[in-house]
Ligand binder design. Structure first.
Ligand code: NAP
Length: 313
């Protein structure tokens, strides 16, 4: 079995050894320009069009992450790059849910326990006690109730926060109120003190975090964007922060990554930035999951993490 691999920054050696260990009959090679030799499977992150265009015989294309927006964008521009019948698969959880839960919980607790205000008082030499936020009124909305969003919503609900989630289809999650579809978006947003974004980036969700959406949240709400930078209308966030409609934002993702020098987000005190690290791919767990999926495909069993190419996620 031939597997071809492309990642712009990950070293290939651990993947060669790791996939061989998991699938003894498999031979993995790094794709290099000009390589059009046959391959049964491709493992990719931001692949060049040339790697896939015209390639025949692929039984599966594995994205080495949870989000496939960049790949879908390339496919929209080059629709013939991947034959319709080749399954496109993404990583589901593979250690990312735990990291995402930790990241979002840390951000929520920081805002809920007013830690930024205490840090400011410390710098002012002020020993001052603030009122404890009322947890029952500290309503958290998780936009995107998929693999990651559901785990985040459950954890927050387990900490005693009132939690809502929003998705395309209605969910049944203990202690989490489910809202579904565009028509229920206003009800989902109304009264939220924290909005966590875990939607996939698709043509329907791009730019969803805009001024109109911010205006529907509680005044002084918090925004945590851990999905994609393309969801956020950056100028609208800056305006909402300036007006006090949004109190603070935690952004793990930006439209342009790395965030360019001189971008206003660098010097906006109420924006906290991290460099797209909320939940990273753990190669050993990703390899376990990909190997299992290859075994399923080879055995004629439906694979996990199949992307709906029409929906874009
Ligand atoms: P997922 O399992 O595909 O979940 C996506 C959720 O969004 C589903 O609940 C889906 O609804 C909902 N959704 C999709 N389109 C919608 C729309 N137009 N309106 C309302 N709801 C919509 O994805 P996941 O594995 O949880 O990952 C979510 C995203 O997190 C990824 O796409 C990626 O961009 C991001 N991510 C970021 C990092 C990081 O380090 N910052 C790491 C991993 C992932 P249904 O349930 O009804 O289908």
């Amino acid at each position: 079995m031939e597997i071809v691999f492309y990642h712009p920054s990950e070293p290939v050696e651990p993947w060669i050894a790791g996939m061989h260990k998991r699938l003894p009959g498999a031979h993995l090679r790094a794709w290099l320009p000009g390589d059009s030799l046959p391959a049964d499977y491709a493992l990719v992150w931001h692949p060049p069009v040339e790697m896939l265009a015209g390639r025949r015989g692929l039984k599966g294309l594995f994205a080495l992450g949870a989000g496939v927006d960049a790949l879908m964008q390339t496919l929209r521009l080059h629709p013939r790059m991947l034959a319709e019948n080749v399954p496109l698969l993404r990583l589901e959880d593979t250690g990312m849910a735990e990291q995402m839960v930790e990241y979002v919980l840390a951000a929520v607790l920081r805002y809920y326990r007013r830690l930024d205000e205490y840090y400011l008082y410390q710098r002012q030499g002020s020993w001052r006690e603030l009122a404890l936020n009322d947890k029952r009124g500290f309503i958290i909305g998780v936009a995107g109730a998929g693999v990651l969003g559901q785990k985040v919503a459950c954890t927050l609900a387990g900490r005693g926060f009132p939690v809502r989630c929003w998705s395309l289809s209605r969910k049944s999650i203990p202690q989490v109120a489910s809202f579904a579809g565009d028509e229920q978006l206003p009800d989902f947003l109304s009264g939220l003190q924290v909005l966590v974004n875990l939607l996939p980036n698709t043509p329907r969700t791009e730019g969803i975090l805009d001024g109109e959406l911010f205006a529907r949240l509680n005044r002084g709400a918090f925004v945590i964007n851990v999905a994609r930078g393309a969801h956020l209308v950056e100028a609208d966030l800056l305006a909402a922060l300036a007006r006090g409609q949004i109190a603070a934002a935690t952004l793990d993702v930006c439209r342009e990554e790395p965030l360019p020098p001189g971008h206003p987000f660098w010097r906006t005190p109420r924006i906290t930035l991290t460099p797209h690290i909320a939940a990273v791919t753990i190669p050993s767990l990703a390899m376990d999951s990909i190997a299992e999926n290859i075994r399923r495909i080879e055995a004629g069993v439906p694979p996990l993490g199949l992307v709906d190419r029409a929906q874009g996620y």
